[in-house]
Ligand binder design. Structure first.
Ligand code: XLS
Ligand code: CA
Ligand code: CA
Length: 436
């Protein structure tokens, strides 16, 4: 077995006092919290696209990173070496899961048939590597946005032939995700959106997206794939207007097309901030509507207006995220997938370890803080007390639908000006700091 990350051994938990940059200070996979161990709560996954296919290119220049596993002129040889490097990395890092796009793991051939043969070859290698390492697939997905045929979208393309191509690609990607025992399958909109309404039939494109997802639901059933289907919201990028722009918008779409029973959402932190929301807001919306499925754990830069996909390090964010996730019952099929990439100057393979170790520690701290918040219960009690008026009297009458405008007018005329109370935001912000 080649060693693509020489000199780096298995990353261990050494505790908060350790000064070893290649050790976990907080993530202790076996440590029990709230009845489960940390690994079971957090379900960390490494993403294939940024971690193994991203080389630091940006709109101003090509990649800066040189990797031993892509030094060949034969694209299939590169694919084989890369999947081996990936499993070496997952094993040394100690994650349980990985995520991929079809085109990350195997390069496209000249025809769809040839592309699928190439995929089968790499998938059989991946299956063996999964068996040997015990590492599992959190979710698979399709890249139906890079190739020029998808410039005007995949399932929302004005051309039915492109719709058909995208369907064939998703069919195959669902089959290989199933073959790899994937716990889920993601639909991120890619180029499902528009640049200009001058050339777009918005209603027809939405209808086609709905129809496409119904075909995916039918095919999932046909091949007996049990993985959870997810939609991943993202606004503004790459198209000017993306159809799946945020959690509320995806939820409305799923309701409109009768897809709620079949889909949950995959919430990405950076996409939340691009949509003008906090990460916690998007998670809380999903928890409130029972549609939270999985999480792409990264971070944006609030001073930049694009998808920077940085590794998560902000413990306030991870604490609030884990608090919200735990209050929603925690992960079942989903997990925390690091859809994040190294900065362009972090050129060494060891930087991949630093990035993931820091991100896993940030979420382990978030988990521990969230457990403190839940056990202490002061925040929860405050919110309960703030809404206590709805449990009896007037509030209970309104909620049960027993009164309407005339009765409420009578009440107001009788009782006069309502008493108001402080929202205590600053006190609660201080309380949050007690746990962090
Ligand atoms: C792109 C998305 C993408 C999805 C999977 O911005 O985050 O990587 O997670 O297609
Ligand atoms: Ca993502
Ligand atoms: Ca992103």
């Amino acid at each position: 077995m080649p060693d693509f990350f020489p000199g780096i051994g298995k990353i261990k938990y050494e505790g908060p006092d350790s000064r070893n940059p290649l050790a976990f200070k907080h993530y202790n996979p076996k440590q029990k919290v709230l009845g489960k161990n940390m690994a079971e709560h957090l379900r960390f996954a490494v993403c294939y696209w940024h971690t193994f296919k991203g080389l630091g290119g940006d709109p101003f220049g090509p990649g800066t990173m040189i990797r031993a596993y892509n030094q060949s002129s034969d694209p299939m040889k590169v694919a084989e070496m890369t999947i081996q490097a990936a499993f070496e990395f997952f094993t040394k890092l100690g994650v349980q899961f990985w995520c991929f796009h079809d085109r990350d793991i195997a390069p496209e051939g000249d025809t769809l048939a040839e592309t699928n043969r190439r995929l089968d070859k790499i998938v059989s290698l991946a299956k063996k590597l999964q068996r040997d390492s015990g590492i599992r697939c959190l979710w698979g997905t399709t890249n139906a946005f890079s190739h020029r045929r998808f410039m005007a979208g995949a399932s929302t393309n004005p051309s039915p032939a492109v719709f058909a191509y995208a369907a064939s690609q998703v069919k195959k990607a669902m089959e290989i995700t199933h073959a790899l025992g994937g716990a889920g399958y993601v639909f991120w909109g890619g180029r499902e959106g528009y640049e200009s309404l001058l050339n777009t039939d918005l209603k027809r494109e939405f209808d086609h997206l709905g129809q496409f997802l119904h075909m995916a639901v039918d095919y999932r059933k046909k091949i007996r794939f049990r993985g959870q289907l997810y939609i991943e919201p993202k606004p503004k990028e790459p198209t000017k207007h993306q159809y799946d722009s945020d959690a509320g918008n995806c939820h409305a779409f799923l309701q409109q097309y009768g897809l709620v029973p079949h889909f949950k959402l995959n919430i990405e932190a950076n996409h939340a901030t691009l949509a003008g929301h906090t990460f916690q807001h998007e998670l809380a919306y999903c928890v409130a509507n029972r549609i939270l499925g999985s999480v792409d754990a990264n971070r944006g830069d609030l001073l930049l207006g694009w998808d920077t996909d940085q590794f998560p390090t902000d413990v306030y964010e991870t604490t609030l995220a884990m608090y919200t996730i735990l209050r929603g019952g925690g992960f079942t099929t989903g997990g925390l997938n690091f859809d994040a990439k190294l900065r362009r100057q972090s050129i060494d393979p060891v930087d991949l370890f630093h990035a993931h170790i820091g991100a896993m520690d940030a979420f382990a701290r978030g988990l521990k803080n969230a457990v403190k918040m839940l056990k202490d219960g002061r925040l929860e009690r405050f919110v309960k007390a703030r809404y206590a008026g709805w449990n009896k009297g007037l509030g209970a009458q309104i909620e049960s639908g027993k009164v309407g405008f005339p009765e409420l007018e009578r009440y107001t005329l009788e009782h006069g000006e309502p008493a108001i109370q402080s929202g205590r935001q600053e006190m609660l912000e201080n309380l949050l700091n007690e746990y962090i």
